[in-house]
Design a protein around this ligand. Structure first.
Ligand code: NAD
Ligand code: DAU
Length: 350
């Protein structure tokens, strides 16, 4: 199979490229990536000499380029997106452009090429925020609450419309919070780990009691691959780690694993509109695809911390700011969501 993988130079996409080339010895992979601040060719260095891997730098919104690529493919796996909630609060339009328009450009190309198979990567955030009980399933109503999740919800609806209206062979997966190697150090786990490796404090938002359901990236990649090859067309599959933790609990665990105490935590102003709890019930993927989250959380976390220890050049380059375009520097990866540059003390403590 020849697969176009959009966003393949990002965190999950690059893990998926490696997974496909390792697991499917006759598959060919073409990566289409714009190389935004989050895309990094170093993430693909393990496969750069593989003759079954090709890279094209380009934008998923560029219909001419996308049409040309898609018509030579057997399938498209669509990861490319603006993916960070905090950035979406500051600049929603870029999320609408890439996540909504970019997805439609791909769907149009698949249709024009005669009905190319497309798998769309989405998020559990489209379902909104949970109370203390229950978990999201494929049947949960959409209730996105940040510009990021609203743009992902929009893209999901366009994919569903392409199935219902045009009969395009599509599937969607909605996954919970991923962690693992190559994750950009603006997201919680790599930000906290790399800050501590620099002896710098970690910024915990609000009261630290928000809950996320963590999944090791390779488990997500396995799920995506199963849906691509065995999933039922027109269907949605939810993936999660069955591993819920409050942010405060996760912070304590990271501090302990890395030999630091709670004096390294800075309680900072909360993220506006911060969703309280996400959790996925992945029963459908488990029963229909034989998938399960295989990596125990503590094992995956230790592997991830080790990866950041062993790959200091990778993240130091990013955190030094050299990697970022000048207009990105206000985020200075690793600095948390503190728009004013000042962090106010929040409720609660660690
Ligand atoms: P990421 O930000 O690490 O990578 C995104 C990649 O897309 C980058 O390589 C970037 O250069 C590329 N890109 C951005 N805009 C583009 C454009 N216009 N054209 C071409 N390429 C473009 O993101 P990630 O965390 O790897 O997430 C990948 C996908 O998985 C996203 O669709 C995201 O919504 C979804 N997702 C992520 C998580 C998570 O926990 N990280 C969980 C569920 C779903
Ligand atoms: O649930 C899936 C989603 O997970 C993906 O769709 C998104 O692309 C991905 O970014 C992630 O979104 P979150 O907002 O949950 O991830 P983030 O790592 O930004 O934050 C995780 C939790 O940690 C969240 O409750 C906010 C909190 N947080 C985050 C940062 C960056 C902090 O307390 N301090 C921080 O500095």
């Amino acid at each position: 199979m020849r697969i176009l993988i959009t966003g393949g130079a990002g965190f999950i996409g690059s893990n998926y490229v490696q997974y496909v080339l390792n697991q499917h010895p006759t598959d060919e992979v073409v990566v289409l990536d714009k190389l935004t601040y989050a895309g990094n060719l170093e993430n693909l260095s393990p496969v750069e000499r593989n003759p079954r891997y090709h890279f094209v730098q380009g934008d998923v919104c560029d219909a001419t380029l996308v049409d040309r690529l898609v018509k030579r493919m057997d399938a498209v796996v669509h990861f490319a997106a603006e993916s960070h909630v905090d950035r979406s609060i500051q600049d929603p339009s870029s999320f609408v452009r890439t996540n909504v328009l970019g997805t439609q450009v791909l769907l149009d190309a698949c249709r024009k090429a005669g009905g190319i198979r497309l798998h769309h990567i989405s998020t559990d955030e489209v379902y909104g925020s949970l109370g203390t009980d229950g978990a999201f399933t494929e049947l949960t109503s959409y209730d996105p609450r940040s510009p990021y999740s609203a743009s992902k919800a929009g893209s999901d609806f366009l994919v569903r419309a392409a199935w219902h209206t045009h009969g395009l062979p599509v599937t969607i997966s909605n996954c919970s919070n991923n962690y693992g190697p190559y994750q950009f150090p603006e997201k919680f786990i790599p930000l906290f780990v790399t800050n501590l490796l620099k002896n710098k404090k970690v910024p915990l938002y609000g009261d630290g009691m928000n809950i996320r359901d963590w999944i090791y990236v390779e488990d997500h990649c396995k799920g995506v691959d199963l849906v691509l090859r065995k999933g039922k067309l027109g269907e949605t599959y939810c993936f999660g780690g069955r591993s819920e933790r409050t942010n405060a609990e996760l912070t304590r665990l990271i501090l302990f694993e890395m030999g630091f105490g709670k004096e390294m935590v800075e309680m900072v102003k909360d993220r506006p509109g911060h969703d309280r709890r996400y959790a996925i019930d992945p029963t459908k993927a488990e029963t229909e695809l034989g998938w399960k989250p295989e990596t125990p959380f503590l094992y995956g976390l230790r592997k991830t911390i080790d990866w950041y220890r062993q790959n200091e050049d990778w993240w130091r380059n990013i955190k030094s700011g050299e990697y970022l375009a000048s207009d990105e520097q206000r985020y200075e990866a690793g600095e948390s969501f503190v728009v004013s540059g000042k962090s106010s003390v929040a409720r609660g403590s660690l």
